[in-house]
Structure formats: structure tokens, C-alpha cells
Design a protein around this ligand. Structure first.
Ligand SMILES: *[C@@H]1O[C@H](CO)[C@@H](O)[C@H](O)[C@H]1NC(C)=O
Ligand SMILES: *[C@@H]1O[C@H](CO)[C@@H](O)[C@H](O)[C@H]1NC(C)=O
Ligand SMILES: *[C@@H]1O[C@H](CO)[C@@H](O)[C@H](O)[C@H]1NC(C)=O
Length: 454
């Protein structure tokens, strides 16, 4: 009887406490979401109050816990920060400044979001008890050097996001993959270092990252390209002051599928630059404000006639400064699933008429407009009749001028004729008479001569 009461009490206290967290937060059974993992999904985001300070515990089997947007300033010894089953933890959008040694106890945790905090310091043992981590997001924090940030414990890490931390200067001295530096695993597959104030990528920076597939290095201050790891499948170089791209840059990226080159300082997409990228499926060259030349040989010569090897499906040249594209590109561009040429100052003459033969979805031609000639400024290319795409428009003007000159010359000659030859004109009758009399005289000559001979 005594035992029964104790057991009831234990069960009761357990259910009360676990019911509490589900009374405060939104709990869903993950089995209902058709997930392979059992356990609850607990959403405590936007909880008003000090959620970690209250003595909640997690249910015994929990899959995910969302503690985002709670104004958490520090992690405490809370029952919510311990679970032997938790797989996903969201702590983003809080005000956490540091993570000390033993604050996170999640031996199964694979996914951790700490973005949008005020993190300055992560103890080198902070990840000791979360060492199965595969995904870590540390974007938008205040992390600066490897003395205050180390990934040595995270040997299973697959994807790391470090965007918008001032790490650039420190990466000049300490390599990301160096044991004495940040100690990031060489097995990393996806790395995002956008907006970290990186001025240059040091030589051999990625030489140890033998399996890296995704690299996002946008929004930095890179003025040159660098040696890209040859395993890359996704590369984003956008929003850097890169002045030039060349064939050599992409010559050793056989597996690259996606390439983003938006908002660079390039003036030209030169010939053969993308020829080595045999697997490229998506290419973005948007908002390149200095880009005026797109070589028709950018993808090489072969694809112009035989697009069998042209696997590109999506191409965007949106918002650049292109005025023309050569008709040679009609065959490969005709193969694309998506082509966005909007927001360029197109020169609508006979050399651009071929564009109208492309199958472009209405949503991608609304802003496909002429900037020249003046009468058609801002006209929608797909709504403007082909007959207006004229190269004779200028010759037409020349023709008019020639016609005008001819007219004036004719007028002048007529005037000269009238004024200079006017007397003869007046005596035209007598002239004819003279001619007539002369001929009479002449014809009369044989008649007269026999008469005068005798
Ligand atoms: C967050 O917490 C700090 C102190 O802990 C407090 O000053 C601030 O007003 C809180 N902000 C919000 C949005 O609750
Ligand atoms: C960006 O890099 C250039 C040289 O590459 C340098 O002169 C400039 O100071 C850098 N800008 C910043 C904000 O670091
Ligand atoms: C790019 O164009 C802008 C004007 O739009 C100009 O100020 C700038 O110098 C150009 N940059 C290069 C690298 O040519």
C-alpha cells in the first residue's frame, strides 16, 4: 500500500511536471507528424517569462525543443537543458552572451540553432556533451577569434553557419581547419561564412577540407577569386568586389551544380569562362551593375550547335547592364527551363529579335524591356511587335537625308537651268525654226547644188 502511494506520487509528480511544460508550451507528438523519431516536439518560443529559471523538466522522450525568442541571457542549470533523446534544439533569437563548459547535455543532439544571440565566447568544452552535433548555426553573433570559439569537440559536424560574425581578421592568421586554430573537422560538407569581413582567402585555406560540397562566402570584401575546393557542388561568391572572372577560376570544379555570382564588379563574362563546368545546372549573375558584355562563347563553342552537353537549366542575368545578346545563344538558351533577363537596358533592334522566339514564362518577361530606341523606351519586349525591332531605322534616317539632299540638288539644278539657259529657252521656237531651215537648207542642198552647178 505504502509502495503504491509512493509510485502514484512519483507518477503523479512526473506527469504534473511534464504536463506543466506542455501546459505552458505547445507539445505535439512527433509520431503524428509522420516522423521516424518518437517523442514530443515542444514549442516554447515566445514564452513570456523566465523559462529556464522555472523548474521544468522535459518528458522522457522528446524529439525537438524550441526555446527561441525568449530573451534568454544565459544558460543555467535548467531541467530543460538535459535530455538523452533530444535531436533538435532551437535557442535562436535570444540574448545569450556565452556558453560555458557544462551547460548543454544532449548526447543525441544533431541540430542546434544559436543564431541571433550575442555570443562572444564559447568555452572550448562547451560542446563536450553535444558531440553528435551535425548542424550548427552561429550566425549573427559577436564571435571573433579562435581563442573564444573552437569546434574541436564536433567531429560529426556536417554543416556550419558562421554568417555575420567578425571573424575575417582572425581567419587571416588561424586556419578554420587547423587543430591549433578553430579545429573544424575536415569532414565538413557545408560551410557558410557570409558577411564575416573577409578581405582575402589565404592560400591553401581549404586544402584540408576534402569533402566540402557547399561554400557560401558572399557579402565579404574579396576582390579576387581564390583556389576553390574541387569537391564543391554549390558556390556562392555574391556581393564581393570581384573585378574579373576567367576560365581558370572554374577549371577544376567538375561537380559544381550551382554557381552564384550576383552583385560583383565584373564588366564582362568572357568566352569559355563556364566551359569547364559540365555539371552546372543553375547560374546566377544578377545585379552586376558593371556587366555590359556577355560573350556568346561563355559556355564554349560546342553548345552553340549541339546543346546535348548543355545541362544548365536555370540562368538569371537579372538587373545587370547588358544591352545585347548574340543570336548564337538561341540554341542553348532555348533549352533552359528558366531564363531571367529582366532589368537590363536592352537595345531593341534587329539583333535582339531572336529573344522573342524563346519560351519565357510571363512572370519573367514583365520587366524584360527596351531601353533603346527612344520611341520604345520601357516597352515590353514580348509585347512589342517584331517589325519594330529594326536595324533599318537608322538607315531610314540616312535615306531621308539622302532624299532631302537629292531634292535640294535637283531644285538647285533646275534653278540654274532656268536662269542660265533662259534666253535660249525664250528663242526655242526660232532655234527649232533655224534647225528646220538648216535642215531644209541641207536637204535642199542636193537639190540646189545640181541647180547651182550648172
Ligand atoms: C530582456 O531581458 C532584459 C534583462 O534580462 C530586459 O532588460 C529586457 O527588457 C528584456 N527584453 C524583452 C523584449 O523582454
Ligand atoms: C576591402 O579590401 C580592400 C583591398 O582589397 C581594402 O583596401 C579595404 O580597406 C577593405 N575594406 C574593408 C572594409 O576592410
Ligand atoms: C562600376 O560602375 C560604377 C558606376 O555604376 C563605377 O563607379 C565603378 O567605378 C565601376 N567599377 C568598376 C570596377 O569598373
Amino acid at each position: 500500500m505504502k509502495l503504491y502511494i509512493i509510485i502514484t506520487l512519483i507518477i503523479h509528480s512526473y506527469t504534473v511536471r511534464s504536463a506543466n511544460i506542455c501546459a505552458e508550451c505547445v507539445c505535439r507528438d512527433s509520431a503524428k507528424d509522420n516522423q521516424d523519431f518518437l517523442g514530443d516536439n515542444i514549442d516554447c518560443s515566445y514564452y513570456s517569462g523566465a523559462i529556464l529559471k522555472t523548474d521544468y523538466v522535459l518528458p522522457s522522450v522528446v524529439y525537438s525543443l524550441d526555446l527561441s525568442s525568449n530573451n534568454i541571457t544565459q544558460l543555467e542549470q535548467s531541467g530543460l537543458l538535459k535530455s538523452t533523446t533530444l535531436i533538435e534544439l532551437s535557442l535562436n533569437n535570444n540574448a545569450i552572451k556565452e556558453i560555458k563548459t557544462k551547460e548543454l547535455h544532449f548526447p543525441q543532439l544533431k541540430w542546434l540553432d544559436l543564431s541571433n544571440n550575442q555570443l562572444e565566447y564559447l568555452d572550448k568544452d562547451a560542446f563536450r556533451n553535444v558531440n553528435k552535433l551535425e548542424y550548427l548555426n552561429l550566425a549573427n553573433n559577436r564571435l571573433t577569434t579562435h581563442e573564444k570559439l573552437g569546434f574541436h569537440r564536433l567531429s560529426n559536424l556536417n554543416e556550419l553557419i558562421l554568417n555575420h560574425n567578425d571573424l575575417g581578421p582572425s581567419l587571416m592568421e588561424a586556419n578554420l581547419f587547423d587543430r591549433d586554430g578553430f579545429g573544424l573537422t575536415h569532414k565538413i560538407q557545408s560551410l557558410s561564412i557570409s558577411g564575416i569581413n573577409l578581405n582575402r582567402v589565404p592560400d591553401n585555406f581549404f586544402s584540408d577540407a576534402y569533402d566540402i560540397r557547399t561554400l557560401i562566402i558572399s557579402k565579404n570584401n574579396l576582390s579576387d577569386t581564390f583556389e576553390f575546393p574541387f569537391t564543391l557542388e554549390y558556390l556562392d561568391l555574391s556581393d564581393n568586389p570581384i573585378k574579373e572572372i576567367s576560365e581558370e577560376d572554374f577549371s577544376d570544379l567538375p561537380g559544381l551544380k550551382v554557381l552564384k555570382l550576383n552583385n560583383l564588379r565584373i564588366k564582362e563574362v568572357p568566352e569559355y569562362v563556364f566551359t569547364p563546368l559540365h555539371g552546372l545546372g543553375q547560374l546566377e549573375l544578377e545585379r552586376n551593375k558593371n556587366l555590359t558584355v556577355f560573350s556568346s562563347l561563355a559556355f564554349g563553342r560546342e553548345v552553340l550547335d549541339d546543346p546535348d552537353d548543355f545541362v544548365l537549366e536555370r540562368l538569371s542575368l537579372k538587373g545587370s547592364r547588358l544591352t545585347k545578346l548574340e543570336k548564337d545563344l538561341a540554341v542553348p538558351f532555348g533549352q533552359l527551363n528558366l531564363l531571367d533577363l529582366q532589368g537590363n537596358p536592352w537595345r531593341c533592334d534587329c539583333e535582339l529579335t531572336w529573344l522573342k522566339t524563346l519560351q519565357i514564362e510571363p512572370e519573367y518577361y514583365e520587366h524584360l524591356r527596351c531601353a533603346w530606341p527612344k520611341p520604345f523606351y520601357n516597352s515590353k519586349i514580348f509585347e512589342l511587335d517584331s517589325k519594330y525591332f529594326s536595324c533599318t531605322l537608322s538607315t531610314h534616317h540616312v535615306g531621308l537625308i539622302i532624299a532631302a539632299i537629292t531634292f535640294c540638288v535637283t531644285l538647285a539644278l533646275t534653278a540654274v537651268y532656268i536662269f542660265v539657259y533662259i534666253p535660249k529657252h525664250q528663242s526655242r521656237g526660232s532655234c527649232i525654226a533655224n534647225m528646220a531651215s538648216a535642215s531644209t537648207a541641207y536637204t535642199m542642198l542636193p537639190i540646189n547644188s545640181p541647180r547651182s552647178e550648172p
